[in-house]
Design a protein around this ligand. Structure first.
Ligand SMILES: NC(=O)c1ccc[n+]([C@@H]2O[C@H](COP(=O)([O-])OP(=O)(O)OC[C@H]3O[C@@H](n4cnc5c(N)ncnc54)[C@H](OP(=O)(O)O)[C@@H]3O)[C@@H](O)[C@H]2O)c1
Length: 345
């Protein structure tokens, strides 16, 4: 494949994105070249556009992580990805590729490492396929970061509960789905209008985080249900303090484990007897590839094929293709509720 394609590049720190032609790359040995049909947006995309956070090593850059499209070409060592012509969902992130602009999602042709590329079932649209990768990776990495391995399976008799604060966020919906599949009794927080949706995804009880007594509501429910609650996933900013307030009353003598998806800033709340860890996939590239394989090629692919995992939250399509990405990012920055913004390309 040779030639050029359109890309929404980040020309310099602070943006805005600008649509230009870029040379279409050949896939490296472990890469898959994807023709992008849909891009889903994540908060990290506007953090990188506006603040260069996490740091961007060089400009012009191409940011973004989540795409779905058609497989065009496989790298010479790729044996685990769907063949050319397949519909696919792909984790395409320059962040884990030393900032390589060929690997950033915001363009018509992108490279993705093969461990992050899976076939999209016929029943799912490209838009649904795009919402999956980063949110799935983050939700599952949350569990492994706090020592809950892949394959964990509790029985109802174990009465192990988990608290997911921010259940209606993109990451939160997959934290709910994955926790349910592991056999946890799932408590989540969300605005009232998202409660029924989260119950469909697997939450047992959903609490309105805007209620002034939400912490005591959760503590009372744990006591009434007779369950053990010492595990939590803090998915959204502002979730750590109320989560620790709950765990203080429910963890007993055990060490509580808390996964924290937003950056853990200096001065963040703490609790004696609680381990709070920032969520990240393994930093070692070999370990990370293995982790991504388990997330995408095992958990997600098997889950989609069997119907035990569904794309979530609801797709919210924003207009304008690559030219519309600046406005779509501003819309995300202003706040979404139970939706994931997707741009068709
Ligand atoms: N560590 C990593 O590698 C990594 C990777 C990806 C994302 N992240 C971080 O994870 C966080 C979530 O990202 P996302 O894309 O999933 O977010 P998102 O979908 O944009 O989050 C929006 C949702 O957050 C919920 N929410 C907001 N404030 C809340 C509160 N105080 N309590 C409970 N729910 C609240 C809202 O729920 P309602 O509508 O129900 O009110 C809304 O649906 C972000 O901080 C992101 O930067 C980290």
């Amino acid at each position: 494949m040779s030639g050029k394609h359109q890309a929404a590049i980040l020309p310099q720190k602070g943006g805005p994105l600008s649509v230009v032609d870029r040379a279409t790359p050949e896939p490296g040995p472990n890469d898959v070249l994807i023709e992008v049909r849909a891009i889903a947006l994540n908060p990290v995309d506007y953090y990188q556009r506006d603040l260069s956070m996490p740091p961007i090593p060089s400009y012009p850059a191409v940011v973004g992580s989540d795409v779905a499209g058609l497989v065009v070409k496989l790298g010479s060592n790729v044996s685990n990805a769907p063949p050319a012509g397949s519909r696919a969902s792909a984790f395409a992130s320059s962040f884990y590729q030393d900032g390589s602009p060929d690997h950033g999602a915001f363009q018509k042709y992108v490279l993705a490492q093969s461990e992050g590329v899976i076939a999209l079932p016929d029943a799912l649209s490209f838009e649904e396929g795009a919402v999956l990768p980063l949110a799935v990776l983050t939700a599952l990495s949350g569990w492994t970061t706090i020592g809950i391995p892949f394959g964990t399976k509790y029985t109802p008799q174990d009465k192990q509960a988990v608290l997911i604060w921010g259940g209606a966020s993109s990451v939160g919906t997959f934290a709910v789905q994955s926790a349910k599949l592991m056999g946890f009794i799932v408590y989540a927080t969300a605005s009232a209008k998202n409660h029924e949706y989260l119950k469909k995804l697997g939450a047992d009880v959903v609490f309105d985080y805007k209620a002034s007594d939400v912490v005591s509501q959760i503590i009372d429910t744990v006591k009434n249900d007779g369950v053990t609650l010492r595990t939590a996933s803090c998915v959204v900013e502002g979730s750590l303090q109320p989560t620790l307030d709950v765990l203080k009353s429910t963890k007993g003598d055990a060490v509580a484990k808390v996964a924290h998806a937003p950056p853990l800033l200096p001065g963040a709340p703490t609790l004696e007897g609680a381990e709070i860890k920032f969520v990240l996939p393994p930093m070692d590239p070999v370990e990370r590839s293995d982790h991504m394989y388990k997330c995408f090629h095992v958990w997600l692919r098997d889950g989609l094929n069997s119907g035990t995992v569904v794309p979530s939250p609801h797709v919210q399509v924003e207009a304008g293709s690559l030219e519309g990405l600046n406005k779509a990012l501003d819309t995300l920055k202003a706040g979404v509720s139970g939706t994931k913004i997707v741009v068709q390309v």
